[in-house]
Design a protein around this ligand. Structure first.
Ligand SMILES: [Zn+2]
Length: 337
């Protein structure tokens, strides 16, 4: 994932913010993709922080999941086998892609579906590959990161969500999509000629080549860096631009569950992450839950793209809060029909 640099898109953001102000004043909240429902009493399972943490730990044990390595292959096989125990179908979408430094690599998006026959669907996604370098680290920038948070945490939460869905069927269609080759993007200080759209290669491929014909979902939620200490999600600009109703719904559910200190009602600048391409290319409204930290230089989680993105920095409670909000959302959507 990267910060957005193109001025045109910034302008778009300002326009979107204005539009949002307008919508906030005048539009009927019942319109849009997310149903504004009177809250119903729903029994929502309790998300297990320990299981999610074990899922993160297991991924880190494989080693950095850099595309083209044995660790990446083994971890991909493990993810598929775990998801097969819980989901109705698991599709392994293989593709070839070209990185900014001219390598052709094999990628694999993994799509686990619950009730694939239903038209009423929600997609949840994260990337499972890890960055081949630690370019934000003060030293040794060529070392691959562990990606405990950047990659591992989102996947760890989604595996635990999958386990819950298999235990208690909410009766709606849900797709868990693990994108590959998200984090092979060109570093800012790369001496090579600038390559556009060098991040998010797996989600770009999927957005142009769905795993099933005519795929659609009501909306999507992307998780990226959801396991760090002092977790803090802001309302990120690209999410607000494309899917303001989804942001609103998720933030309301989080507030009702008592997590307003994590899901803070503040806007932050738009970024390019997998959700950007899902919105732009696939036309599916998708938001990004991503750790934002004003006090860090990057404004992202402070260990972003450094060698400190390790298991020591993962707080199971952050995984729990993220996972619980997803479960609250899914089981409420199901109950609301
Ligand atoms: Zn990253």
């Amino acid at each position: 994932m990267k910060k957005m640099e193109r001025p045109g898109l910034r302008l778009e953001f300002h326009l979107a913010a204005l539009l949002l102000l307008f919508i906030g004043c005048s539009q009927d909240p019942n319109k849009g993709d997310v149903k504004a429902q009177p809250e119903v009493q729903v029994e929502v399972p309790v998300f297990s922080a320990d299981s999610a943490f074990a899922n993160v730990s297991r991924q880190v044990e494989f080693g950095p999941r850099v595309p083209g390595t044995a660790a990446h292959r083994s971890c991909g096989d493990w993810l598929e086998s775990r998801l097969r125990t819980w989901a109705d179908t698991v599709i392994s979408q293989q593709f070839k892609t070209r990185t900014f430094d001219g390598k052709t690599i094999d990628g694999r998006n993994i799509i686990a579906s619950f009730h694939p026959e239903l038209g009423n669907r929600i997609m949840l996604c994260a990337h499972w590959d890890t960055r081949p370098f630690s370019d934000q680290d003060p030293e040794n920038k060529n070392v691959p990161i562990d990606g405990a948070n950047d990659g591992g945490s989102g996947v760890g939460v989604l595996l635990e969500v999958a386990r819950h869905l298999s235990e208690k069927d909410p009766g709606i269609g849900i797709d868990i999509i693990l994108f590959d080759v998200e984090d092979y993007g060109q570093p800012d200080d790369s001496p090579l000629p600038r390559v556009e759209d060098s991040y998010c290669l797996g989600s770009q491929y999927w957005s142009r080549n769905f795993h099933v014909r005519n795929y659609t979902a009501r909306y999507g939620i992307l998780l990226d860096m959801v396991g760090g200490k002092d977790l803090r999600f802001t309302q990120e600009g690209t999410s607000l631009q494309y899917a303001p109703y989804v942001v609103d719904r998720v933030w309301k559910i989080a507030a009702a569950a008592g997590f307003s200190s994590v899901f803070v009602p503040e806007q932050s600048k738009p970024i390019i992450d997998d959700h950007y391409y899902v919105n732009r290319l696939a036309g599916i409204r998708c938001i990004d839950l991503i750790h934002y930290d004003y006090s860090s230089e990057s404004k992202f989680w402070k260990h972003w793209h450094t060698r400190k993105d390790s298991l020591n920095e993962i707080d199971p409670n952050s995984l729990r809060i993220t996972g619980q909000v997803l479960l609250e959302l899914l089981y409420r959507e199901a109950a609301a029909g």
